[in-house]
Ligand binder design. Structure first.
Ligand SMILES: [Zn+2]
Length: 280
């Protein structure tokens, strides 16, 4: 299946490469972004896509650019489109890093998801060699990674899209890889989101980043945060005004007609209807 998809490569700088298969289905990792950063001695990957076949496309692209070997992989959260490719790089000697609340969710969810996808005829080949993998290193608030002459900060800005969200801050590049705190041109998946998601966006905005790489969609500047706030505010308002979940979903589709991942709009209703914050 991987042979039928094409990896899009965007050189954000000499040392920074953005890789995605685009689209909105498992066969293209739901369009998740993988970011490669070349340090002096090692390459860091953020979110190595959904399966080994896609991870190998990333590995080949990074090697073609002359980047050093991939030694560090950060998983921004436990969703498979960002995390399941990590096992491939671990098997090649890379160290996988995730937040302390991300790792148990990987352990709890990935085995059944892999089994389920192997049962689907159109996905069986892609997931045939996908194996659940647990991070070697977890962190709580902040972790510094040394790639040889280039330091990288891995930050937890609070739960937002998921309980164990991580953001990778690359000071030398003025760039933050935000994971699914930000979607651009995609509907937001609120399935496991936290009411702290707006506070997490405030903390993201406090970083001196001039470039933001969302979990899905094109990189941009600080306007990406404003776009995401506008989406959340619109979803909150439409859910409050709608008589039921179906009507809320239709209204959200109509408000953002060009957005990918329409299947995610159903997650807005339970999230914005929930009377209490899900965490302090
Ligand atoms: Zn996600």
């Amino acid at each position: 299946m991987a042979g039928e998809v094409a990896l899009r490569e965007t050189a954000l700088s000499e040392r920074l490469l953005l890789l995605t298969l685009g689209g909105e289905t498992p066969g293209t990792s739901y369009g998740a972004n993988c970011l490669a950063f070349a340090g002096g001695e090692a390459t860091l990957l953020v979110d190595p896509l959904i399966a080994p076949a896609h991870a190998r496309l990333v590995e080949e692209a990074v090697a073609r650019r002359g980047f050093p070997p991939v030694r560090q992989v950060v998983v921004t959260h436990h969703h498979t489109d960002h995390a399941l490719g990590a096992g491939w790089f671990a098997s090649r000697g890379a160290r996988v890093v995730a937040h302390g609340r991300c790792a148990p969710l990987m352990a709890a969810q990935h085995p059944a998801m892999v089994r389920e996808r192997r049962r689907q005829p159109d996905l069986a080949a892609l997931f045939a060699d996908a194996e659940p993998h647990l991070p070697a290193v977890t962190f709580e608030d902040r972790l510094t990674l040394d790639l040889g002459g280039a330091a990288v900060e891995v930050l937890h800005l609070g739960p937002g899209h998921s309980p164990g969200d991580a953001v990778v801050w690359l000071p030398s590049e003025g760039t933050a890889a935000t994971g699914d705190h930000l979607f651009s041109g995609y509907h937001f998946n609120y399935e496991e989101a936290d009411r702290g998601l707006l506070s997490a966006l405030d903390r993201l905005e406090a970083l001196p980043a001039r470039r933001l790489v969302p979990g899905h969609g094109p990189a941009g500047g600080p306007e990406r945060i404003a776009e995401q706030r506008r989406y959340h505010e619109t979803a909150r308002r439409l859910v409050a005004a709608a008589p039921d979940a179906e009507a809320a979903g239709r209204a959200l589709l109509a408000a953002f007609p060009e957005y990918l991942l329409p299947v995610a709009v159903g997650t807005a209703w339970p999230f914005w209807r929930s009377p209490e914050p899900r965490s302090p």
